[in-house]
Design a protein around this ligand. Structure first.
Ligand code: KE4
Length: 427
């Protein structure tokens, strides 16, 4: 594959953008490559400036569940932008989005739109503290909730990929109220609650962890969190930025039948445009300004273009219900990758929930951050590189999830499996 133009653009980008990227994981550092510069996408494919075509399993890190440039979404945005991009005033679209989210997610009585998943979790944390008048927050090592100061403790995703799970520039005072528990380990939560129970405002959790690779919740884990939070008056926050409308139309809370007190959303609900949202029980949400004492705001929150793209995406998902086929396709891909790894005697742990999946290069059963970190990241890098040169665009980090879209065909999956077969003999 020729990447000459991408390399020139990357050199140019690095002169004016830190690391040449606007989000660290895009820099491909942990896979020791320069990133291709993408010029367009359609369906399951993306295309770079050198004319290379890839089957895309990143999907903009989750939003593109319908595939790239879905005609209905493109039309919705084009039609909306012609009427003006933003007004900083209430619009009908925001009501329609709020109603759609509250209908889809069992626990949502009210919702507030923001512009990113980070804003959603930052706001939900502040709201939980304002509602309970408590300070401490429990998060789980390896989970990533955006780059919120207080949550950059043992953070996953790019923070782990780059080896900075605890970021510089965050004063200890900002994280002194953040407690770190072990994912899938209720005993680690019990220890923290028995030590600080009455001081804990919230537990925030990815109901399916997608930022230390993909790690499903063990049976009883989420129910155990629900029970403990209810008993201790702690706000249970499901960070469904990734899982919302991904693992089911009603998110992980529908799939696992757990009702959190607050939910954070993003990615899919914007259809590829900048968006986030947080919502939950009315009595909590009514603590938000302008009704209550917890301040939160945003110039472009509920932006008409993002609402148009997001609403069209959700309406298409509801109308076409791709989830059964996504399950079949993802299982087909994951099961065959597992078989190929077995045949090549390569230590591995394949994980999946719905159409989010991951291959860890470790013989350890991956159930939390520590076991995820036993994966051979250099072998992952070799695998990534082999797949990329065969036209398969995976997430450029062992500590990320891969995604299948409704646009991925069986042919795409078989081409991918052929590339896996060839790559595994190289790594
Ligand atoms: P954003 O601020 O990036 O929109 O969302 C932060 C966030 C919050 N919660 C969860 C569960 C998330 O997965 C994310 C962001 N996900 C990463 C990918 N693992 C975004 C990719 C990136 O950082 O470039």
């Amino acid at each position: 594959m020729n990447h000459a133009t991408s390399k020139k653009l990357f050199d140019r980008a690095r002169k004016v953008i830190p690391g040449g990227v606007n989000s660290p994981v895009r820099a491909f550092r942990s896979v020791h490559l320069d990133p291709p510069f993408i010029i367009r996408g359609r369906g399951s494919r993306i295309y770079d400036v050198d004319g290379n075509e890839y089957i895309d399993y990143v999907g903009s890190w989750g939003p593109m569940i319908l595939g790239h440039a879905h005609p209905a979404v493109v039309y919705a945005v084009r039609e909306r932008v012609a009427r003006g991009a933003s007004f900083g005033a209430p619009t009908v679209l925001e009501i329609e989005m709020a109603e759609e989210l509250c209908t889809a997610l069992p626990s949502l009585e009210m919702v507030r739109m923001v512009n990113s998943g980070t804003e959603a979790t930052m706001s939900a944390i502040r709201l939980a503290r304002g509602y309970t008048n408590r300070k401490k927050i429990i998060k789980f090592a390896g989970c990533y909730h955006g780059h919120v100061d207080a949550l950059l403790i043992e953070a996953g995703s790019g923070a782990t990929t780059l080896g900075v799970p605890d970021s510089a520039g965050v004063p200890p005072e900002f994280t002194s109220n953040t407690l770190s528990a072990v994912y899938n380990d209720l005993a680690s939560v019990d220890e923290l609650i028995s030590a600080c129970g009455q001081e804990i405002a919230a537990v925030i959790v990815e109901p399916v962890a997608g930022n230390m690779g993909t790690i499903p919740p063990r049976p009883g884990f989420l129910a155990g969190l629900r029970e403990r939070c209810s008993q201790a008056g702690i706000v249970l926050i499901f960070d469904e930025v990734m899982t919302g409308f991904r693992v089911a139309y009603g998110g992980a809370q529908l799939l696992y039948e757990i009702k959190p007190d607050l939910t954070c959303l993003g990615k899919i609900i914007g259809g590829g445009l900048p968006v986030g949202a947080f919502g939950g029980r009315r009595e909590i949400m009514e603590h938000l300004a302008p009704l209550g004492p917890v301040y939160q705001a945003g110039t472009l929150s509920g932006n008409p273009l993002a609402m148009a793209a997001g609403l069209e995406t959700l309406r298409t998902l509801k109308k076409e219900n791709p989830y059964p086929q996504l399950e079949i396709n993802a299982a087909y891909l994951a099961d065959n990758i597992n078989t190929l790894l077995d045949e090549h005697d390569i230590p591995h742990c394949c994980t999946r929930v719905g159409s989010m999946l991951c291959t860890f290069f470790t013989e350890t059963a991956v159930q939390n951050y520590e076991t995820a970190k036993t994966s051979d990241c250099e072998r992952f890098a070799r695998f990534f590189s082999s797949m990329l040169k065969r036209g398969i665009y995976l997430a450029p980090s062992q500590f990320e999830a891969g995604f299948i879209s409704a646009a991925h065909s069986r042919e795409d999956l078989d081409l991918t499996l052929n590339a896996v077969k060839e790559s595994l003999s190289e790594i």
